[in-house]
Design a binder for this molecule. Structure first.
Ligand code: IFM
Length: 438
């Protein structure tokens, strides 16, 4: 059997985000965020929970870094809680907030793990939301100022920066569908927020480079759900290629081309787009992060089809590994291979069980194997893919689903905060060690 070996120096790691794992929501001067507020709204979170304790990572980060080291992982993507660093969103810096990330970075480096730091993974300071949050055009400047503070504090050791995580979710789940903080339901607000998030990304690119050094690399993480043809027929292929894809057209395309297409402009009616905005949005990235979980099947006759899916995860997402190959190739073609890519999230929630102290999560192992295989196939076909971060290191607070979804390769027993490495964790260790799909 031929082994599917990855390129030398390929980075294997896991990803998390601040509000989903840290807890300690009211400790050491952290200010409130829109997620603290949103969780208090009636019925906002399915199990009525919040992230105030989560995985208690704020106190257990040493144990969590030791887990990564034991699993042989060479990279870790985590996010910084803006309200820990700037409790009011702007102005006074909280030294204890920066202090936490300072210790975390040192711990990672001592364990030989390269930090990839996301500056915004959805926990906007409440004080900024009171001023309109992402619907306020000033948010781009607020974000760049915050980025400057963090890069000045950690940039001597952190070289890989991600501005935003999944701005589609911040804009549309947060301002149009009401499923995420701040919980609004207004399409016009969502379009405004989307433009300002892109502007914030572009403005922060410049700020991060100014605050960093010659080795600073900066990019953005976007979520994708590509349109796949439901069959190999010519008409299904055409239908899939022509079907609207807000995730790609609304976010990747303006970043890569400096323009919104007609379909996006139609949604942007009423949004102030100033001369110069698009050039800022299309500023140079050193890489792009790809978050991939599922894809849509498009049929010329039936539109989006859901009925011939082989398998769904606990989130109700269809398992379609071929979509990972498709989006990596699409980005490769769009950038003529000039922009390095990372899979910054991929993983699956399944209902795990502990049996004799072990978690035999064979469905998650199979999911990961199938997706690693597609990533390998993309590399074979020329994609400059540099690393792969599995979502997630540990089970955690899955936003409006609370603690009822399980994405970790390590289980968390929330009553005791004990960590149990699942079979998928050992599988990732073996893949990372062999640098090959096993
Ligand atoms: O948990 C989330 C993460 O915060 C962002 N990307 C998708 C994951 C699974 O839903």
């Amino acid at each position: 059997m031929t082994q599917l070996t990855f390129p030398e120096n390929f980075l294997w790691g896991t990803a998390t985000s601040s509000y989903q794992i840290e807890g300690a929501a009211r400790e050491d001067g952290r200010g409130p965020s829109i997620w603290d507020d949103f969780c208090r709204l009636k019925d906002a979170i399915q199990d009525g929970s919040d992230g105030s304790v989560a995985c208690d990572h704020y106190h257990r980060y040493r144990e969590d870094v030791a887990l990564m080291k034991a699993l042989g992982l060479k990279a870790y993507r985590f996010s910084i809680a803006w309200p820990r660093v700037l409790p009011a969103g702007r102005g006074a810096v909280n030294p204890k907030g920066i202090g936490f990330y300072d210790r975390l970075v040192d711990e990672l480096l001592a364990a030989g793990i390269r930090p990839f730091v996301t500056l915004y993974h959805w926990d906007l300071p409440s004080a900024l939301n009171a001023q309109g949050g992402w619907t306020n055009r000033d948010s781009a400047g607020w974000f760049a100022d915050y980025a400057t503070v963090v890069v000045k504090a950690l940039g001597d050791r952190v070289k890989d920066w991600i501005t935003l995580n999944e701005p589609w979710c911040s804009a549309y789940l947060g301002y149009e569908f009401g499923m995420h903080a701040p919980g609004y339901q207004d399409q016009a607000l969502a379009s405004k927020a989307a433009h300002h998030l892109l502007l914030a990304h572009g403005t922060a690119l410049q700020a991060i480079r100014a605050a960093g050094d010659a080795n600073t690399r900066v990019g953005i993480t976007l979520n994708f759900e590509p349109n796949l043809p439901a069959s190999e027929s010519e008409e299904d292929r055409r239908a899939a290629a022509e079907a609207f894809d807000l995730l790609y057209e609304g976010f990747a395309e303006p970043i890569l081309t400096g323009a919104y297409n007609e379909r996006i402009l139609a949604r942007m009616a009423g949004v102030e787009i100033r001369p110069g905005d698009m050039a800022i949005i299309a500023g140079r990235n050193d890489f792009m992060g790809v978050n991939y979980y599922s894809a849509k099947l498009i049929s010329a006759q039936r539109g989006a089809v859901y009925d011939d899916d082989p398998e769904f995860t606990r989130m109700g997402w269809a398992v379609r590994p071929a979509g990972l190959y498709a989006i990596l190739m699409q980005l490769h073609r769009a950038t003529r291979g000039r922009l390095p890519l990372y899979v910054t999230e991929n993983g699956a929630s399944f209902a795990d069980q502990v049996v004799d102290g072990r978690v035999h999560d064979e469905r998650r192992v199979a999911y990961l194997r199938a997706h690693f295989t597609q990533a390998h196939r993309a590399i074979q076909d020329g994609v400059d893919l540099r690393g792969y971060f599995v979502w997630s290191l540990i089970d955690n607070f899955e936003w409006s689903f609370g603690y009822q979804q399980f994405f970790g390769i390590v289980r968390v027993e929330y009553a005791t905060q004990a960590r149990i490495i699942k079979d998928s964790g050992y599988y990732l260790r073996d893949v990372a060690t062999a640098n090959a799909v096993l």
